[in-house]
Design a protein around this ligand. Structure first.
Ligand SMILES: *[C@@H]1O[C@H](CO)[C@@H](O)[C@H](O)[C@H]1NC(C)=O
Ligand SMILES: *[C@@H]1O[C@H](CO)[C@@H](O)[C@H](O)[C@H]1NC(C)=O
Ligand SMILES: *[C@@H]1O[C@H](CO)[C@@H](O)[C@H](O)[C@H]1NC(C)=O
Ligand SMILES: *[C@@H]1O[C@H](CO)[C@@H](O)[C@H](O)[C@H]1NC(C)=O
Length: 497
């Protein structure tokens, strides 16, 4: 019986491991966008010619993408407006680079095959091509057919991505969570054969390993001395050192030699020879041919982690923002091109005025605010739970909230609030960019106090009324970029929740 369970388990695990890769295929874009892979390669090689570190940069971005929410290009999304911080802002010191190359490829691909090639596939291909540039051939196969996610949260980074000081158990566990085994762990660590690192992540190893001003005894002494001379204590963010001394620009298996010589830069490198099975794999990768083939296999495994395929996710039009926001943004840009903004009782604002004075970031922030209001984004009960159950501390409900709406909210959100429950902000008109939000605010059905606050001010109420009459996105946009509504958003705009 036990034997059967083991067999069954092995079978299930085998299937699970293969499932991601099974959903992807070789040359997925052959019919849909014939030139896709060539175009990615040409642009990447063009950039790699000038930037010898591009391979290291894009490999890192791809790896960070796959380990958080799978390879869905979530790492490429920018933090926008009041939305929670995106993955790429998780740790400022991560210093992931190379995003602009992906942007360039995407904008070229959108010209020839609009809406076809996903950002996640571009990233997987470009990482391969950048590393492959010096060899003038593809160093591993990249399967394609990934689709892009719509969510990116900095809070999901910790706990998914191994740190520089992770021990072997942690490394193994984090890889296992992604369906990757010890072979993959060791082979992919070989990526440290290229690139540079800031001193911070290994500074403790040099100067204060156990808190007694000591150096990690597992680090080769002369190497430690050389690292100390490059990286004074405390670590400066301005200094970088080569990960694989002498050959940090060439993609080779030197990394494993240095790890064997106790010259792995991070604790997570040294950790590979603290486990017998892993140390054996390190030995096997001392042969260059084995390294290239094993690295390729493991890249294929990693590239298939939790991929979105079929109708899941979307094909982003711009790798930095989700499509819903992109369409609002591009219609805004179009409108801004054509319309000179005239607000009743106000001056006419030339296009340059708001683009310069507000700037693109602010524009995005404002748009995202409205996007959040009008499109039914779900929110957990916490932020308005007091309004329902204990408004003035006497177990009362906020009297400014419509009674039947309050009752309906109470039935959805029991007290105390559970983070697991969410309600939609605009249940009747999800997915449509409209002015229903303002109707609801007028009916005392704004979800948050900050929504209800809009009609506690006379000037703001007048604008809400205007927005009710002119049910037009153009009108909102005109107002948004005028000086009237902007201060209102600054004063009453939603706080990050
Ligand atoms: C390479 O870099 C030089 C100097 O920064 C620049 O002038 C040139 O346009 C770059 N070439 C490419 C292909 O990016
Ligand atoms: C590895 O690190 C984790 C997390 O820091 C720790 O809980 C665990 O005890 C360590 N394992 C070993 C074998 O040192
Ligand atoms: C991150 O960067 C900041 C500022 O550059 C620095 O003070 C801090 O020590 C760095 N942290 C690590 C872990 O490198
Ligand atoms: C070394 O670490 C200990 C404990 O974390 C700390 O109290 C001490 O200040 C550190 N010393 C230096 C020189 O950073």
């Amino acid at each position: 019986m036990k034997f059967h369970i083991v067999i069954l388990l092995l079978f299930v695990l085998g299937v699970l491991r293969a499932s991601g890769a099974d959903k992807l295929s070789k040359n997925f874009y052959k019919q849909r966008c014939r030139q896709a892979e060539t175009l990615v390669r040409d642009i990447t090689w063009g950039r790699a010619q000038n930037d010898s570190r591009l391979g290291a940069k894009l490999l890192r971005v791809h790896y960070h993408d796959c380990f958080v929410r799978g390879c869905d290009a979530s790492i490429l999304l920018d933090t926008v407006g009041t939305n929670a911080a995106a993955e790429k802002d998780a740790r400022p010191n991560l210093s992931l680079l190379g995003y602009e190359v992906i942007d360039e490829i995407k904008s070229q691909l959108e010209k020839v095959c609009p809406g076809v090639v996903s950002c996640s596939d571009i990233l997987a291909l470009a990482a391969r091509d950048a590393v492959s540039f010096p060899f003038k051939k593809e160093m591993w196969d990249v399967l394609t057919g990934r689709r892009d996610g719509r969510t990116s949260l900095s809070s999901e980074v910790t706990g998914n991505i191994p740190g520089a000081s992770s021990n072997f158990t942690t490394l193994k566990d984090l890889f296992a969570k992604k369906g990757l085994n010890v072979n993959d762990l060791v082979a992919l660590s070989g990526a440290h054969t290229i690139g540079v690192a800031h001193c911070g992540p290994f500074s403790r190893r040099l100067y204060n390993f156990t808190g007694k001003g000591d150096t990690d005894p597992s680090l080769d002494e002369t190497y430690a001395a050389s690292l100390k001379s490059q990286c004074p204590n405390p670590a400066s963010a301005a200094i970088t050192v080569e990960m694989d001394p002498q050959s940090s620009e060439s993609f080779d298996n030197d990394y494993f030699t240095t790890v064997k010589q106790n010259k792995g830069l991070f604790q997570s490198d040294a950790a590979l020879i603290t486990d017998r099975a892993a140390a054996k794999i390190v030995d096997s990768l001392l042969k260059p041919k084995s390294f290239f083939s094993e690295f390729g296999k493991s890249m294929k495994n990693m590239g298939a982690v939790e991929v979105l395929t079929g109708s899941a996710g979307e094909i982003r039009k711009n790798c930095r923002i989700v499509n819903a926001l992109f369409s609002v943004l591009s219609s805004t840009n179009e409108i801004l091109e054509k319309v000179s903004v005239k607000v009743p009782g106000e001056e006419t604002y030339a296009k340059e005025d708001y683009t310069i004075s507000l700037g693109k970031k602010l524009m995005l922030k404002l748009l995202y605010t409205i996007y959040y209001f009008t499109i039914g984004v779900a929110h957990c009960c916490g932020p308005f739970s007091r309004r329902l159950y204990n408004f003035t501390g006497k177990g009362d409900t906020n009297p400014s909230l419509d009674e039947s709406y309050a009752a309906s909210l109470k039935s959805q959100c029991p007290n105390p609030a559970s983070v697991a429950i969410t309600v939609e902000m605009d249940p009747q008109s999800s997915e449509s960019f409209d002015t229903d939000y303002f109707t609801r605010v007028k009916q005392n059905k704004g979800l948050f106090q900050s929504d209800a606050a809009l009609i506690t001010d006379r000037a703001a109420t007048k604008i809400v009324d205007l927005l009710l009459i002119k049910k037009s996105i153009i009108y909102i946009l005109r107002l948004m970029f005028s000086s009237i509504i902007f201060p209102i958003y600054v004063m009453y705009g939603p706080q990050p929740y």
